[in-house]
Design a protein around this ligand. Structure first.
Ligand SMILES: O=P(O)(O)OC[C@H]1O[C@H](O[C@H]2O[C@H](CO)[C@@H](O)[C@H](O)[C@H]2O)[C@H](O)[C@@H](O)[C@@H]1O
Length: 287
């Protein structure tokens, strides 16, 4: 194994002993590395309307490079797999290798090498849940709250509400009740309460991908509460001996991951810079 040079560690903002060990493993064995990233808030800047989100152009360029440089690049997202592929224009990138997109917290999948989606049957009561949420929003008189129907889940978004924080607080109890009455689970996020099936999370999705790809080192980056189980999984893997590096995409809205991360970058533009710096270092070593 090569030693991480001070310049590589400095360029990538890696300081702790565990993180240097993980970077060492990644640079020595890029083919054995799994790089998994969240989409919204990590690769794609947060904006008002979920349907208008796009991947940061520098992040797309970084994925296109890293797909050729390391074993597996993956996106693990709360979005439907198809939405992440479309919003990221991932099917138009040539360099993704055998990249995987795991959508809806691992329930759905897209493979870049085949272009195929795996979308299992969706719960039959999502339409009913959507109607009940609409009624609650009307009854509470909340203006500007929007609903995102993801077929397997319902996102209740308060970012564009007249009173975003107040609307969020007022919705927590009735949205939780509707979820429980329908055998579903509430996933809170940045100005969103998501009603979705339980039983899948990003930690389980990441653990399965580590096994599937035989990863010998892992990097995970995220920004929000839905990413906490993946952070937990990297810590668990580290304890079991797999080198792991954690990146937080920091924001003024959510700080849960910042204190746990090895590398903190402010939002998708800075995360993309970090990913391109990693690609620079890997290319330099491969030359
Ligand atoms: O797991 P992720 O990739 O982070 O997806 C989590 C949710 O992200 C989306 O909502 C967030 O981004 C929107 C667009 O920037 C923003 O308007 C919203 O306030 C954020 O919460 C997405 O719409 C959800 O479906 C995802 O579950």
């Amino acid at each position: 194994m090569v030693d991480v040079t001070d310049s590589a560690a400095d360029a990538l903002g890696v300081t702790s002993e565990a993180a240097r060990h993980a970077l060492d493993a990644v640079l020595a064995d890029p083919a054995g590395t799994l790089l998994a990233l969240d989409f919204d808030g990590t690769l794609s800047p947060i904006i008002d309307r979920p349907e208008d989100a796009v991947i940061h152009p520098c992040a797309a360029a970084a994925l296109d490079r890293l797909g050729q440089l390391i074993g597996t690049v993956a996106i693990i997202t709360g979005r439907p797999a198809k939405a992440a592929v479309d919003l990221g224009r991932l099917d138009q990138l040539d360099g993704l290798g055998d990249m995987v997109v795991l959508g809806q917290y691992g329930a759905e999948r897209w493979d870049a090498d085949t272009g195929r989606f795996y979308i299992p049957p969706v719960p039959t009561n999502i339409g009913q849940v959507e109607s009940e949420v609409h009624k609650i929003i009307d009854d509470l008189g909340l203006r500007g709250v929007s609903i995102e129907n993801k077929h397997r889940a319902i996102g209740v978004h308060t970012r564009t509400a007249d009173d975003p924080a107040g609307s969020f607080d007022k919705l927590v109890e009735p949205v939780t009740r509707i979820a429980e009455e329908n055998g579903l689970h509430v996933e809170p996020g940045r100005s969103v309460l998501e009603i979705r099936p339980s039983g899948r999370d990003k930690g389980a999705a990441l653990a399965e991908l580590i096994i599937e790809r035989g990863a010998r080192a892992v990097i995970f980056g995220g920004d929000d509460l839905g990413d906490v189980p993946a952070f937990d999984e990297v810590v668990r893997q580290r304890d079991a001996g797999l080198p792991g590096l954690l990146i937080a995409s920091a924001s003024d809205e959510q700080s849960a991951l910042v204190g746990r991360a090895d590398v903190v970058r402010h939002g998708p533009a800075e995360v993309a810079e970090w990913l391109n710096a990693l690609a620079d270092e890997l290319e330099r070593r491969a030359a």
